[in-house]
Design a binder for this molecule. Structure first.
Ligand code: NAD
Length: 245
């Protein structure tokens, strides 16, 4: 489904991001796996040896426009194009408002929102020049429902929904589609860090009767990146087993 396409997947070293990387590779794409440090990227690439020649590792500072632009240019130089950007990197927090420090709030905003802006801008400049592309952002079901602590996380995901809808309208003329995937509770390190009772309580309320697996989410990223979604832009696609409805 993605033959001859090139994708950048941020936060591609583990969890949902790693599942997206594998899904894109299985479907013929070249993939640049973006992580925060070279060693975690190298570790992820070691598990993808069978795709040698179609993968590369990158570790730009996602909030630094020059670094990101330079790195995305290297991806284009290596594979000939940059067609898909999966803005997946994210950090969560459950800190109470009373204990939240400005540093923690700023970190959440930086990774979950500022990086989406910086990476989308750098990718869109390349995509516009080459005649089109696809940007897929990562929202969350809590963008719509909030959560009982850690207000910074749902606030940034709500902002990602807004950026998705705005960029879809702005970039349509350049043949760049922009959508978001809003996962529900998904079995990754992010969820492993939550209190067990909380995960059990949320899981019990999921109509489909189970939490999501990273591959469930990656399938939505495949659909939105592919030509099957050629008329889909500005959407926030829920992939949450109908949780919290
Ligand atoms: P995870 O913690 O397993 O992975 C997060 C990824 O983001 C890692 O690869 C990490 O290296 C990367 N990352 C974090 N900070 C970074 C930084 N400063 N620079 C570069 N990369 C950085 O989490 P996950 O569950 O796989 O989450 C992936 C995305 O899905 C996130 O945006 C998250 O908010 C979203 N999400 C997850 C769930 C869930 O239940 N797991 C639910 C809704 C949304």
């Amino acid at each position: 489904m993605l033959k001859n396409k090139t994708a950048v997947v941020t936060g591609g070293t583990r969890g949902i991001g790693f599942a997206i990387v594998k899904k894109y590779l299985e479907n013929g794409a070249n993939v640049a796996v973006a992580g925060s440090r070279q060693e975690t990227v190298d570790k992820a690439l070691a598990g993808l040896a069978e795709y040698e020649g179609r993968i590369m590792g990158i570790w730009p500072d996602l909030c630094a426009p020059d670094d990101v632009a330079k790195t995305f240019a290297l991806v284009k130089e290596r594979f000939g194009s940059l067609d898909i950007l999966a803005n997946n990197a994210g950090v969560s927090s459950r800190t109470s408002l009373y204990d939240y420090t400005l540093e923690e709030f700023t970190k959440i905003v930086d990774v979950n929102l500022k990086a989406v802006f910086v990476c989308s801008q750098a990718a869109a400049r390349i995509m516009k020049e080459q005649g089109g592309g696809v940007i897929i952002n990562t929202s969350s079901m809590v963008s719509q429902y909030g959560q009982p602590a850690g207000c910074g996380y749902p606030a940034t995901k709500f902002a990602v929904d807004g950026m998705t809808k705005s960029l879809a309208r702005e970039l349509a003329k350049d043949k760049i589609r922009v959508n978001a995937v809003a996962p529900g509770v998904t079995n990754t390190d992010m969820v492993a860090a939550l209190p067990k009772e909380m995960v059990e309580r949320i899981s019990a309320g999921i109509p489909l009767g189970r939490p999501g697996e990273p591959e469930d989410i990656a399938n939505a990223y495949l659909y939105l990146a592919s030509d099957l979604a050629s008329y889909v832009t500005g959407s926030v696609l829920r992939v949450d087993g109908a949780a919290m409805t």
